[in-house]
Design a protein around this ligand. Structure first.
Ligand SMILES: CCCCCCCCCCCCCCCCCCC/C=C/C(=O)SCCNC(=O)CCNC(=O)[C@H](O)C(C)(C)COP(=O)(O)OP(=O)(O)OC[C@H]1O[C@@H](n2cnc3c(N)ncnc32)[C@H](O)[C@@H]1OP(=O)(O)O
Ligand code: FAD
Length: 593
């Protein structure tokens, strides 16, 4: 914190980059404080509340987190059981965990780090429940950090990853907080207990939308780091004879290795641009929302949910491919990849479980499809839904950006139409609305993935056509963009081909093109990963070192293993030697018998 002040880092983005550089492989125990707690105080508190609390948060006098999930509920926020009951006599809210399942469970840094929490609880006033709202709750003594009376707090135990975060549990026993500790920018409870409802109940969910936007950038960061490690290692690693009798080949010269890694390199660039595009859309719509214009809130929610789910799923699958493409050394922590994977794979669950998030986007697409069928105007990002599905592809040997975007638009429009028609058919069969929906959700998930894929391809193409980039760089980035789009078609050909959109010649063109692009990108592969400019300190990888001294680094890493502190491990004296002695004694006995 002080160091950031000394270095003059003012923007939150710069401070986040510094934090990540300072703690490259472990998530900071203050990540939620900076990434969720303070921004939520800023966005969900009244101006007075923000003026009072935000400076305390930014100066780390108050250290907080976001405590919403409970043992019994994470996804279904409306099902949360923690209660906050207003007491007009004392002008306080009484927080309580009425059941075992209501215990707050998972909130990051609750166990040992924070002294405050933003708690999501069901608001009760004048005997009526008004749904979930956020409350600022002091959980530890500001003098000695002891747990406040009326609270039970602890750590939830070891996890797959996320070791830098002390995820905890927290139980309230009639715990009182001042009335003014309810975040009241959008909803209010007056002194007499009257409830003033917000323009939209989902404004309380705003913090989650914001983090989902950040997570799209996290998907880029983690996938690109794994790609840097795998591509650099593939340039250094020589294995087997590509030419009989010749020298062992760089594994990057095997077509299969290129087919594993280069599309992930292209995906990394595509996700970086998508994350930047998502952040710009978020900045625009969230500022509209803060000014009271909620018109585009559904579109923001749908896009943030879809991209968060799509990008984290693809990134996690891609990081695993990068690990496996490094052979045995990829499985070692020396590669740096297992830690990258363990820390990001939780993002498929936290901040909205991915399937649930995709279904939120699907719900939005379903509504937009119906509006499109009625001839109503649609937001620009959704207008493809009215694409004429009778049109066939005009794709030629050049695989132009225009033909590729048209293919992705057609695929998404067709798949959304298929899912919506199934939903409508279910209703015509007499199913209730919720059953008609549930019985069409598998095709809706597939359609929503196609929708997100279209957004990313179209965004990549748009930026290449709008940004002023020197010709040489533009040429290489165009190769990456084309590879990302063509690979996506080849890997999902069934979805593109189901209605005969491509003819057989065009399928052959695409299969040839993806292999040709591997050769085009091969000479620039290392330069393209170097361009991310991740320092070795951040990658923490013996395989992805900039100097390529992999074997020297692996040897030094191994020698530093704690097991090598002694030649003979205590287990020899405690277990192996007694076992061997017992064996030899029994052998002597049997020999005598
Ligand atoms: C900008 C650049 C700045 C950069 C600076 C960097 C700063 C530092 C960066 C930090 C980086 C951080 C990186 C990531 C670190 C993260 C660490 C992990 C922390 C994890 C935290 C958590 O997990 S917190 C808990 C998260 N929990 C969830 O997400 C729960 C998911 N569930 C839900 O969201 C909801 O239950 C639901 C949406 C699934 C359902 O809600 P509900 O049942 O109430 O609604 P319905 O489905 O019935 O829908 C009704 C209606 O409401 C609409 N709606 C729902 N949600 C929203 C919303 N959020 N916004 C808008 N609208 C919403 C829905 O669409 C329906 O609309 P209709 O019109 O009726 O269809
Ligand atoms: C690393 C990590 C950090 C976390 N940090 C925090 C934190 O700081 N603060 C906090 O409050 N929480 C935190 N969480 C909790 C997290 O937000 C929840 O785990 C997440 O929202 C998923 O909810 P759940 O656990 O209830 O999953 P569930 O919803 O129970 O998921 C189980 C299965 O049910 C399916 N499912 C659920 N609902 C539906 C539906 N409507 N339709 C179809 N399928 C459905 C899901 O797809 C999934 O396959 C964290 C979790 C993790 C893993």
């Amino acid at each position: 914190m002080d160091r950031m002040e000394e270095l003059g880092f003012r923007s939150e983005t710069d401070r986040q980059i510094f934090r990540e550089a300072a703690a490259p492989v472990e998530l900071s125990p203050f990540g939620l404080h900076s990434g969720m707690f303070v921004p939520t105080l800023e966005r969900q508190g009244t101006p007075e509340q923000s003026r009072k609390w935000v400076p305390l948060g930014k100066s780390f006098k108050m250290i907080g987190t976001y405590a919403q999930t409970e043992l019994g509920h994470g996804t279904f926020i409306r099902g949360l059981e923690t209660t906050a009951t207003f007491d007009p006599e004392t002008q306080e809210f009484i927080l309580d965990s009425p059941t075992l399942s209501s215990i707050k469970y998972w909130p990051g840094n609750v166990a040992k780090t924070v002294n405050h929490c933003l708690v999501m609880a069901q608001l009760y006033t004048q005997g009526k429940c008004h749904g979930t709202h956020l409350f600022l709750v002091q959980v530890r003594n500001m003098e000695d950090h002891t747990i406040m009376p009326g609270l039970e707090i602890g750590d939830i135990g070891p996890k797959l990853g996320f070791d830098g975060v002390d995820n905890g549990f927290m139980r309230f026993n009639k715990y009182r907080i001042p009335r003014m500790n309810m975040l009241m920018r959008y909803a209010k409870v007056l002194e007499n207990g009257d409830y003033i409802k917000p323009k939209n109940a989902k404004l309380t969910y705003g913090a989650m939308v914001m983090i989902r936007v950040f997570i799209v950038m996290d998907a880029f960061k983690t996938l690109s780091r794994a790609a840097v490690i795998a591509v650099r290692y593939s340039a250094v690693r020589r294995q087997s004879e590509l030419r009989p009798g010749g020298e062992e080949a760089q594994v990057m010269d095997y077509q299969t290795q290129q087919y594993k890694l280069f599309p992930l390199l292209a995906t990394s660039y595509a996700f970086l641009l998508a994350a930047e595009g998502m952040s710009q859309i978020y900045a625009k719509i969230s500022s509209d929302i803060e000014r009271g214009n909620l018109e585009d809130m559904p579109q923001l929610h749908a896009l943030a949910c879809g991209l968060k789910a799509f990008c984290t799923w693809v990134a996690c699958e891609g990081i695993e491919v990068c690990r496996m493409s490094c052979g045995g050394h990829g499985y070692s922590h020396a590669s740096g990849i297992p830690k990258i994977y363990a820390n990001i794979v939780g993002a498929c669950t936290y901040e909205g479980e991915n399937t649930v998030m995709m279904l939120q986007t699907a719900r939005y697409l379903s509504k937009c499809y119906i509006r499109g069928q009625r001839g109503e105007s649609l937001p620009e990002l959704i207008q493809y839904l009215t694409t004429d599905l009778n049109v066939k592809s005009t794709l030629g040997e050049d695989c132009s950006f225009e033909s590729l975007v048209a293919a992705y638009s057609h695929r998404a429009a067709r798949m959304v139409a298929v899912a919506c028609k199934l939903q409508q058919t279910n209703k015509k069969k007499g199913m209730a609305g919720h059953d008609a929906w549930n019985k069409s959700t598998v095709p809706f998930i597939a359609a929503t993935k196609a929708h997100c894929h279209l957004f990313i391809v179209r965004n990549f193409v748009t930026i290449l056509s709008q940004k002023k980039i020197d010709p040489a760089t533009h040429n290489v980035l165009s190769q990456l963009c084309t590879l990302y789009a063509v690979y996506g078609i080849v890997e999902n050909m069934g979805e593109f081909m189901q209605d005969g959109y491509f003819n057989q010649d065009q399928v052959s063109i695409l299969n040839r093109k993806v292999l040709a692009l591997l050769e085009d990108i091969r000479p620039n592969a290392v330069a393209l990963v170097d361009a991310f400019d991740y320092p070795d300190h951040l990658l923490q990888s013996c395989l992805g070192r900039y100097d390529g001294q992999v074997y020297e680094a692996l040897y030094e890493y191994s020698k530093s293993s704690p097991l090598n502190n002694t030649d003979i491990h205590s287990s020899y004296y405690n277990y192996i030697r007694p076992m061997m002695q017992k064996r030899s004694e029994s052998k002597n006995i049997s020999a005598k018998l």
